[in-house]
Design a protein around this ligand. Structure first.
Ligand code: ATP
Ligand code: MG
Length: 330
């Protein structure tokens, strides 16, 4: 378990007038996947690097589990924190397997355990171990190098993971699979993840906590659905595409809408016979609309794990979208 707290963190690069990070105060509770989203140059990478002390701060402090990181040994700190850098940064003279095993070796894992872990991780990032284990970084494509960088960061199952645009060089299919893998890892080991991206859809898809940055400051933070429903400034609205109805539909699940409906004691729409698409509570409103359009039905059935079901009709979906409470959390 590891929470991260930034308290008035400020970074000014030597010879520059404006701070790159300008008084960031932010709390990321243990097990949260926080996404930093903001335009190029707004300070995302700089803020990320303050966590493992690759970037010194001018003022303010960073705490991990309530402990001031300034008091910790930076080398030991870095071994506890997985880091996927924006520019991949594999060691060119080490094979893929050696790159992935860097931290386990530093931690003194027995050879067999490290080897097994390397193969497991390569498979997880869709690199067939027998094919790739012995290759060198120069013998890989950009996207393959990026995947090795991710495997390396995950190798020692760190409690904190810093990921700086980790999926930039991979195609849409591998990207979706790595996004799922990141989520699974977060759930399995309860890792706290600080994730930087330029990609709004990726941010909305992954974030428990979305942090919008601008000019070294935090402009708004919150759940993606809440930010899309209530962007604090025109900048946030434009950056997140909050005016895009499909985007808003994409961040609310059927389960959330059903919960909001239960809270307001509103009767579910009457069931109808005939072909009604069935969707799980985890499906988004956007997926529900897609299913209605594809089937010609006016409603979808929401089917829970326990076999219970209710329906959602197109009118309710429309009202959810129009309502200020489209995020289902009030
Ligand atoms: N070593 C450095 N020396 C001086 N200025 C720097 C240095 N590194 C970054 N900066 C400046 O600090 C600001 C923040 O940079 P940073 O790399 O944190 O931005 P970013 O949000 O990660 O951008 P991008 O999305 O393009 O990666 C920028 O204005 C950048 O030019
Ligand atoms: Mg950056």
């Amino acid at each position: 378990m590891a929470s991260i707290r930034f308290d008035g963190v400020r970074v000014v690069y030597p010879g520059t007038a404006r701070p790159a990070v300008d008084g960031v105060t932010l709390e990321i509770s243990s097990g949260t996947l926080a996404v930093l989203l903001g335009p190029s140059g707004c300070g995302k990478t700089t803020l990320l690097r303050t966590v493992n002390r690759l970037q010194p701060v001018e003022s303010g402090r960073i705490e991990i589990d309530g402990q001031d990181t300034a008091a910790l040994d930076p080398i030991a700190l870095r071994r506890r924190i997985g880091y996927v850098i924006q520019a991949v940064g594999l060691f060119p003279h080490l094979s893929v397997a050696q790159n992935v095993a860097v931290v386990p070796n530093l931690l003194g894992w027995p050879r067999e355990r490290a080897d097994a872990r390397v193969d497991e991780l390569l498979a997880q990032v869709s690199l067939e171990p027998a094919t790739f284990r012995s290759r060198y970084p120069s013998q890989l494509s950009g996207g393959q190098q990026q995947r090795v960088g991710i495997a390396r960061a995950l190798a020692a199952e760190p409690q904190i993971l810093l990921m700086d645009e980790p999926f930039g060089a991979v195609d849409a299919i591998v990207r979706a699979s790595l996004q799922r893998e990141t989520r699974r890892l977060q759930r399995r080991i309860g890792a706290t993840i600080l994730f930087v991206t330029h990609d709004v859809d990726e941010a909305l898809e992954l974030a428990d906590l979305l942090v919008i940055m601008r000019d070294g400051r935090v402009e708004q933070r919150g759940r993606p659905a809440a930010i899309l429903a209530h962007p604090a400034t025109p900048f946030v609205a434009e950056l997140t595409g909050a005016g895009d109805a499909f985007r808003r539909l994409g961040v609310t699940t059927l389960g959330e809408l059903a919960a909001a409906r239960a809270a307001s004691a509103q009767a579910p729409a009457a069931a109808e016979s005939g072909e009604i698409p069935s969707l799980a509570p985890g499906a988004t409103l956007r997926e529900a609309l897609g299913a209605m359009l594809a089937s010609g039905a006016q409603r979808v059935r929401i089917t829970g794990d326990g076999g219970e079901s209710s329906t959602l009709d197109v009118g309710e979906l429309w009202r959810a979208l129009r309502s200020q409470d489209a995020d289902g959390r009030g």
